[in-house]
Design a protein around this ligand. Sequence first.
Ligand SMILES: [Zn+2]
Length: 455
Amino acid sequence: MASVLVPLVCAAVLCCAGCRDGKPHPSPRTPVPPQPRPNILFISVDALRADYTGRIGGKPFTSAMDEVSDMGVLFSRCISSTSVTGPSISAMMTGGMPHRINYQFNATPLDPRLFTLAEILNFAGYDTAGFPGTSLLSSDYGFQQGFDFFDNDFDRSEYASNYWKPGEIMTASLIRWIDNRKSRKPFFVWIHYFDPHDPYIAHYGERAGQEYTYEFLNDLYIRQDPGLVQAELEGILEFYSQEVFYTDRQIARVLKHLRDKSLLANTLVVITADHGEELFQHDLFYGHGRSLNHAVLHVPLIIMFPGKKYAGTRVDTGVRTIDIFPTILEQAGQRAPRSAQGRSLMPLITGAERAHRPAFSTREPLSFYRSGRAAALTEAEWKFIYFEQEPERLYNLKKDPMEFENVAGSHPAVVKRMRSLTLKNTLEDSGYIPPVEPEFDGRDYRMLKSLGYLK
Ligand SMILES: [Zn+2]
């Protein structure tokens, strides 16, 4: 591990001006932009499918996110680096693919030698506050790095479980932090809403309070009985939709509060998801983390700039969630460490760049997943998925955007080209750190089982 991380640290040292806690920090870009630096609100939603947002999928559950899309920039084809919470968020927070930063499994430590968004912004003079909605993203695993304030309380009796918090509690905590601030520095706030993740809970209507638990959904999956799935599918989709709507209402509350406090006009708002959710469209799957299907890799990405600059812009070329890291830093007048693999989205927003960005994604093997490692490459027209122990898949995204028909057999030249690119940039990447399945302690094991990651 150290042999790979040393170059990361060395690369960052090259652009560092100072050290703290024995750890070098990147220096601000010079010259510093003359305008006041924006506040930054980074909202990640767990398991939010892109097509459940209004401006991408046309569904009516996300009026707040739709409004932000209209006042900002909508990326209609953003692809996540993986479909697992911890690896996906750590990649966004560091700008490096999970296999490069060695964050490949949930409930494992984020390497303290990596530079996170919060650390770089905090060192650059930002007040930083983090509100992780699941203990998978807590200080137990190093996600507090760089945050002045980190709401890490998961053991209150009124919470639904020890492992995640309802959005209302998260929103209230964020609002409290905003209201109690005395500082005049700009802020960087990250909030991760967990609600669309299972269990799917009904918040409204006759079935309010009922839920589809992980155990129930997993039983449906194990039985592989289409009749049983069909009988519950309408309810499952309704409850999931309500979770999306509920989360959108939380985002609306946060935005209204910032507007009421006259803070929104100078705030960069970024909304995305760690991954999507499989809703029984492939092999009776539900949840996420098992596949690299479009359903779990396609995520919403919305950026609203201060003063509504670029309002109404829609970017339909492909981008990646690792591109968020350098984009946010650029808006704060900061340079991304050279180890970051993503690239700023600004050229796509201004129109200086129009090319689709190839998106690589990985899935590591765990005994409870399907066999072997897997990696994917999403291009404008084609999607390729490599499996170590299963047949490869190729989909024509223009004809088959939801990836139902594997056409690998009829396009050998495309498969050959994409296999080579995929392996070179993932499993055979010179920075690849071979995964070792972690040994979970009892607490981790119970949490992962509760969240649906273990059978
Ligand atoms: Zn997640």
